[in-house]
Design a protein around this ligand. Structure first.
Ligand code: CA
Ligand code: CA
Length: 481
């Protein structure tokens, strides 16, 4: 039993299973704990849970399913639980933060050969957090509709209508979040054509879903998500396989148009982002590479504040380059060099904004953990890194990365790293980051345990602002059924 619409949403996922950006698909459910097959006194709720669990065993091809689902229906789910610890040193003293974040998803797929429907619920909550730890809708969105769409088509083409999630290419500019506790969703239409054996064309037009909660996010109170027609996000993506040197690539155009409305404060962005990516998958005794460039043009405001009505020309750029080699040796070491560049605003007084907007992408794969850490992001940064990936045993992965981070321009701040204004000295160095991640597939595609430790060594520019080193540790469990 499987969902007939897997190809489109996960098309960008097969890039590699090595890096954090490219980890294996989704986790699973604590609902297993509730699994008590007592057919006698079943409420609607427990029937649903049992149904989901039945699907779990069905999709695992085990014969012990206690609920027979029709062949056109499949049920699945995930649970991701993560404990995070952050220690920060400041001139004013030390600070300890922690959080327990939990995300459950439940999904039903109806598949009738040339049409179907999908409904997916997601529940994202935070627990065990300090009163003054910054918490927002990146962590909290209690029980809401993550996806709800109908689809038509078949192998050659498919059109989705409704709310959907989507990865594009590297996931740097549009992604279904994995590490972040809440997930981007979009209301609209999404189509995909298969062109020959290896190529595909994807086009979508959508209204991004605003993730809402009630009151203080620490209270985990529900409020229905919704989209607004004052913000529109669209894209055209051409995926090309079978390129020279056993490589593949994408060419894409993403458009974001928004305007302030009574319901939604925006930066009135009108951005056209043209990007290209070329990559070769890693393989034993072989070089691999990834090169992605993007140019972003249009108009934007400096902030979403209602009083900020100055419309600026927007012109920003992005580059990611990486080269790797996998050695034929014990633990299959893959050594890589990375470089990332994302422009920042070169002059705060002119009528142009050069700060790259990473749209609906994720920083995790390139810049380290997000969560309560999230120091380096895809804006005003120039950053080389050295990464080593090891496979100590078939179901174990150990990744280590040493990254150096610089401002792309000293004329603009880097708020996520703590630099809230420009550095008068012109010092561009932000610091160095050492990240290690250990993953264990306890039961492959069912249960994964993961732990990561990240150390950020603050530069002089940060230390002059009273910001010193940071240590971050997380422990995570992912269940999939
Ligand atoms: Ca909500
Ligand atoms: Ca400027």
């Amino acid at each position: 039993m499987h969902c007939g619409i897997k190809a489109a949403p996960l098309a960008g996922d097969n890039v590699s299973t090595f890096t954090p950006n490219r980890e294996i698909p989704y986790p699973a459910s604590i609902l297993l704990m509730f699994f008590q097959p007592r057919p006698a006194q079943r409420t609607a709720r427990s029937a649903l849970l049992c149904g989901l669990l039945a699907s779990a065993s069905a999709s695992a091809n085990t014969p012990d399913s206690n609920l027979q689902l029709p062949s056109w229906l499949s049920l699945s789910g995930t649970l991701q639980t993560r404990a995070e610890f952050l220690h920060q040193d400041f001139d004013s003293g030390e600070r300890e933060d922690h959080a327990l974040v939990e995300r459950t998803t439940l999904r039903a797929d109806l598949d009738f050969e040339h049409s179907g429907a999908t409904v997916e619920l997601a529940d994202s909550r935070i627990f065990w957090v300090e009163d003054d730890t910054p918490v927002n809708n990146a962590m909290v969105n209690p029980l809401d509709i993550l996806q709800g769409y109908v689809w038509f088509g078949g192998e050659q083409w498919q059109v989705k209508l409704g709310r959907f999630t989507q990865d594009i290419g590297s996931r740097r500019f549009m992604a279904r979040n994995r590490y972040r506790n809440t997930i981007n969703a979009f209301d609209g239409v999404n189509a995909r054509w298969q062109l020959g054996e290896t190529d595909a064309l994807r086009v979508f037009y959508s209204l991004p879903v605003q993730r809402l909660y009630n009151g203080d996010p620490r209270d985990n109170k529900m409020k229905s998500d919704r989209s607004y027609d004052s913000q529109q996000f669209g894209g055209l993506v051409y995926e090309r396989g079978g390129l020279p040197f056993d490589s593949q690539g994408e060419l894409y155009l993403l458009t974001l148009k928004e305007r302030d409305s009574a319901d939604l404060q925006t930066r009135n962005r009108e951005l056209y982002s043209l990007g290209a990516r070329w990559l070769r998958e890693p393989n034993v005794a072989q070089w691999d590479h990834e090169l992605e460039v993007l140019q972003q043009e249009g108009r934007s405001r400096r902030s979403s504040a209602a009083i900020d009505t100055a419309s600026l020309d927007h012109s920003a750029s992005f580059l990611h380059a990486e080269l790797g080699y996998t050695f034929e040796a014990p633990w299959q070491p893959r050594l890589q060099v990375h470089y990332d560049y994302a422009s920042g605003d070169r002059d705060p007084t002119d009528d142009e904004n050069n700060g790259l907007d990473s749209l609906f992408g994720v920083p995790r794969g390139d810049f380290g953990p997000t969560g309560i850490y999230r120091i380096l992001v895809r804006n005003n940064i120039s950053s080389p890194a050295l990464r080593l990936e090891l496979q100590p045993a078939p179901n174990w992965r150990l990744n280590m990365e040493l990254r150096d981070a610089w401002l792309a321009t000293a004329s603009a701040p880097s708020p996520s790293s703590g630099l809230n204004d420009t550095t008068p000295s012109g010092d561009k160095h932000l610091g160095s980051q050492l990240e290690t991640v250990l993953r264990w597939q306890v039961i492959p595609s069912r249960l994964r345990l993961e732990s990561g430790f990240t150390y950020f060594n603050a530069s002089n520019a940060l230390q002059e602002r009273g910001i010193d080193d940071k240590y971050y540790l997380y422990l995570q469990a992912n269940l999939t059924f």
